[in-house]
Unconditional design. Structure first.
Length: 529
C-alpha cells in the first residue's frame, strides 16, 4: 500500500480510537478490524529504552552495589537486576542524567581513584563516582543494551565532551585510549546515541534557543565518535535538546532548532530532537502513587493521553522543515511523576508503581507506535527506584513493577511493523472525565507473526472484543493479560505478584477472534496461522 493511503488508514485508526465517542453500552462488543497485508512504519525497538540517572537509588543500590557486596553481583552490578532487565530486552539506556548530566565530569568516574563530589540536584548527597564510564558500559554489556550518553553542555566544555568520546571510541593508540586500556578496556566502545545537553532551557543552563543552538553546533562538530565499526554502519545518532511541553516557548524552541537544521552547513548535523513529557497534571507533583481511587485514576490517564497532542504539535513543526522525517523525535524522558512516598527523601523521587502505571505505560507505548515514523526512540523515566520504575530494590530484595510487566509483554513489538487497527473505542466516563474505553495496536514481527496489544481502560466493565482479520487465516491466538483487584494495586517485596500476568486465549469464530478483556487490563496476544 502506498504511503498516502496508509497514512489515511492510520489517521482513520487514530480518529476511530480517540475521537469517535459514540456511547457504548457496557458489555457491548467492540470490533477491531485489521488488514494484515497493510503495514506501516517500523516500531523501532529503541522506543522501549530506559533512563538511568544518578538520582536517589536509581544507580547506587539499584544497579551498583560494588564488588564486595553480599548481594550477588558481577563486578559490582546486581545479578538479579541484570537478569530482570535482560528479560525485557532493554534496547538502550540513557545515562548519566537528566539534570545530573548537565554537571557531570566524566574524569571523576574513571580509574582507581574516584573523586567524591556532591549531587546538588538530587538531595545534595555525596556522589562517590564509583559507578562511572566503565561500570556503565559493563552494565550495558551485561544486559545487552546500547549506550545513550548525555554529555554535559551545562557546566562542561566541548573539549571535555570531545575527550570523553575519544576515550570511549578510538581504536588508535592515543593517550586517552591507552588510559582506557589501563582502566581495563582496550577495545573501543560503541556509543549508539549522543545527547547534546539535557533540558538546556531549564536545569541544563536556562539557555535561550539561540544560545543553545550556538552550543549545539559546536558540540555536534567536535564531539566525534571514532569507533571504526561506526563510521559507515551503526553511526552514532546525535540528539539535540527539544521541547518540554506544548506552550509557546516549546514550539518556538522546536521551530528554532528545526529551522537551523534545515539551513545547516556541512560542519554540523543532528539525527534527533528530544521531547520530555511527564504525566504530572500540575507541578509540583501531588498525586499519590498508591492509596488513590477511580477519580485519580481517570485524571492521570486523561493527562497521559496528552502525549499524543504534544507529539502531533511538535511533529507538525518538524514536518515543515523535515518532510522526509530524517530527524527522529526522541521522547527521552516520559512517565508518571507523583508525590514522593511519605518518609522518603523528596530529592530521591521515590514513588510506588501501580496497575494505573501499567495502563499508562501501554497507552504511551501505543501512542509512540502510532507515531512510529517520527518517534524512533523513547526512554521511560526512570529504570530503577526512581519515578515510574521497572524495578524496585531494597538492599538484597527486588520487586518487578506493573510497568515492568507491560514492557515484557510488549517486547515482541520491538522492530515489528505497524499494522493499522480500525475500531470505535467507545467511552469510559467517570465524573466529568471521559476517556476512550479501549486502545489497541498491532504489529507484524520480522517472522511475519501478528501481535496485538489491547488495553481496556474501563476499571469497572469487561469488554468483549471481536477481531476481524483480513489477509490471515487465524488458527489460534494466545497471550497474556495483566490486571489486579484495584486501580492502585501494587507489587511489594512481601507481595510481589499482586499485579501479574496470566494466560489468555481468543476463541476462533469463523474468520474472527473473540476475546474478553478484563476491566483495567493490558493484554498482548499473538495470532497463529
Ligand atoms: O527524571 C528526573 C528529571 O526530570 C531529570 O533529571 C530532568 O531532565 C527532568 O527534569
Amino acid at each position: 500500500m502506498g504511503q498516502p493511503a496508509l497514512l489515511v488508514q492510520c489517521l482513520l485508526a487514530i480518529h476511530f480510537a480517540l475521537i469517535v465517542t459514540a456511547p457504548v453500552v457496557a458489555q457491548e462488543k467492540i470490533e477491531l478490524r485489521i488488514d494484515v497485508s497493510t503495514t506501516g512504519a517500523k516500531i523501532d525497538r529503541n522506543i522501549f529504552g530506559q533512563f538511568a540517572e544518578h538520582l536517589g537509588h536509581g544507580v547506587y543500590q539499584g544497579i551498583w552495589v560494588g564488588p564486595n557486596s553480599k548481594i550477588p553481583n558481577t563486578r559490582g552490578i546486581r545479578n538479579d537486576v541484570v537478569a530482570a532487565l535482560k528479560a525485557i530486552k532493554v534496547p538502550n539506556v540513557r545515562w548519566p542524567g537528566g539534570c545530573f548530566a548537565d554537571e557531570y565530569h566524566w574524569r571523576k568516574g574513571i580509574g582507581p581513584q574516584r573523586v567524591e563530589t556532591l549531587n546538588p540536584n538530587w538531595g545534595g548527597v555525596i556522589e562517590p563516582n564509583s559507578f562511572g564510564t566503565h561500570e556503565f558500559m559493563d552494565f550495558l554489556d551485561q544486559i545487552g543494551a546500547a549506550a545513550f550518553i548525555s554529555v554535559n553542555v551545562g557546566s562542561g566544555t566541548p573539549q571535555e565532551a570531545a575527550e570523553w568520546l575519544e576515550y570511549l571510541t578510538t581504536a588508535q593508540p592515543t593517550t586517552l585510549s591507552t588510559e582506557r586500556a589501563a582502566n581495563g578496556h582496550s577495545a573501543p566502545y560503541k556509543i549508539a546515541y549522543l545527547g547534546i545537553g539535557n533540558e538546556s532551557w531549564d536545569c541544563g543552563g536556562n539557555m535561550t534557543p539561540d544560545y543553545y543552538l550556538s552550543q549545539l553546533k559546536i558540540y555536534s562538530r567536535f564531539v566525534r565518535n571514532f569507533n571504526p565499526t561506526q563510521q559507515t554502519k551503526e553511526q552514532m545518532l546525535k540528539i539535540a535538546v527539544g521541547p518540554g511541553g506544548g506552550e509557546a516557548r516549546w514550539t518556538e524552541w522546536t521551530e528554532a532548532v528545526m529551522k537551523a537544521w534545515q539551513n545547516r552547513q556541512w560542519s554540523w548535523d543532528i539525527n534527533g530532537l528530544s521531547l520530555h513529557n511527564y504525566t504530572v497534571v500540575r507541578w509540583p507533583p501531588a498525586f499519590k502513587s498508591v492509596g488513590f481511587g477511580e477519580t485519580e485514576y481517570s485524571q492521570i490517564l486523561k493527562s497521559t493521553l496528552e502525549m499524543d497532542n504534544l507529539i502531533n504539535k511538535h511533529s507538525a513543526i518538524m514536518d515543515k522543515y523535515d518532510p522526509e522525517k530524517k530527524i527522529a523525535l526522541a521522547v527521552d524522558e516520559w512517565g508518571a511523576w507523583y508525590a514522593p512516598l511519605p518518609g522518603s527523601n523528596p530529592g530521591f523521587l521515590v514513588q510506588q508503581n501501580s496497575l494505573r502505571d501499567a495502563i499508562l505505560a501501554a497507552l504511551n507505548l501505543n501512542i509512540f507506535a502510532r507515531h512510529a515514523d517520527r518517534v524512533r526512540i523513547a526512554n521511560i523515566a526512570q529504570m530503577i527506584n526512581v519515578l515510574q520504575a521497572m524495578i524496585m530494590t531494597d538492599k538484597g530484595q527486588m520487586v518487578l513493577t506493573p510497568t515492568y510487566h507491560v514492557f515484557k509483554m510488549y517486547a515482541p513489538f520491538q522492530d515489528s511493523y505497524v499494522v493499522p487497527v480500525l475500531f470505535n473505542a467507545g467511552t469510559y466516563t467517570h465524573g466529568d472525565i471521559t476517556l476512550p474505553r479501549l486502545d489497541a495496536i498491532a504489529g507484524k514481527d520480522t517472522a511475519g507473526k501478528l501481535w496485538l496489544g489491547i488495553t481496556n481502560v474501563d476499571p469497572n466493565q469487561a469488554v468483549e472484543v471481536e477481531i476481524s482479520l483480513t489477509g490471515i487465516n487465524a488458527k489460534s491466538a494466545t497471550g497474556e493479560t495483566l490486571t489486579a483487584p484495584k486501580v492502585d494495586s501494587v507489587n511489594t517485596f512481601n507481595s510481589p505478584n499482586t499485579v501479574t500476568t496470566k494466560s489468555v486465549s481468543a476463541k476462533i469464530q469463523g474468520r474472527k477472534l473473540a476475546l474478553r478483556l478484563e476491566p483495567k487490563s493490558v493484554t498482548v496476544i499473538s495470532v497463529e496461522r
